[in-house]
Write a protein that binds this ligand. Sequence first.
Ligand SMILES: Cc1cc2nc3c(=O)[nH]c(=O)nc-3n(C[C@H](O)[C@H](O)[C@H](O)COP(=O)(O)O)c2cc1C
Length: 211
Amino acid sequence: MEKQILNALNARYATKRFDPEKKLSESQLSTVLDAARLTPTSYGLQLMKVVVVEAAEKRKALLPYSFAQKQVVDASHLLVLCREKIAEPAHIEAYITNISTTREIPEENLEGFKKMMLGSIADMSEEAIEIWMDKQVYITLGNLLNICAFMQIDSCPMEGFQVEAYNKELGLDDLNLSAVLVLPIGYRSENDANAKHKKVRRSNEDFVVRM
Ligand SMILES: Cc1cc2nc3c(=O)[nH]c(=O)nc-3n(C[C@H](O)[C@H](O)[C@H](O)COP(=O)(O)O)c2cc1C
């Protein structure tokens, strides 16, 4: 098991060239999306969504706002990991209702938890809330990178895109969302020279501090 984990993590790499002919099955996509949904978040609030962009014309329109990184158009699917544009008390209300229904607990019993969450966002500046939401999206990215590696699906984590332009092109403002990260997923092209590059990482001695 340990060996399989390390093999998968060594085999994955930030894929620069995808094979546009190779597509993920619906079942594979569904597993990847479930893995994203199962990612833990602060309080469990999930102030984020995953937008799946499949349509070729939409992806072509995103290319100029992605520093012309071709992964955006060539990968099987383009995942845009988004946070809520504004965190509102309504999100907390909806979460409390979800806990109540899922776990069959009366909402009154969750009053303390609700007040604590409402209080904690009330104490934060708008910017601090945005950074906090962004962090949850990065946790989801980490989870997705690993899940894709285990499923032998190639991926490329991407911060190299223009947030405002993505929001506009994909109509994310209307969904109360803002793009944080982009993750093209699919299969590497045989011509991706990057696949052969040795991993560059700090040595164990330099990376781990044991006390
Ligand atoms: C948050 C994040 C943003 C990244 N943004 C880009 C990007 O915009 N374009 C790209 O080609 N690679 C991007 N990368 C890939 C990194 O350069 C790559 O993961 C790193 O060099 C390690 O190499 P490896 O993933 O191939 O092992 C990004 C990686 C992370 C984690």
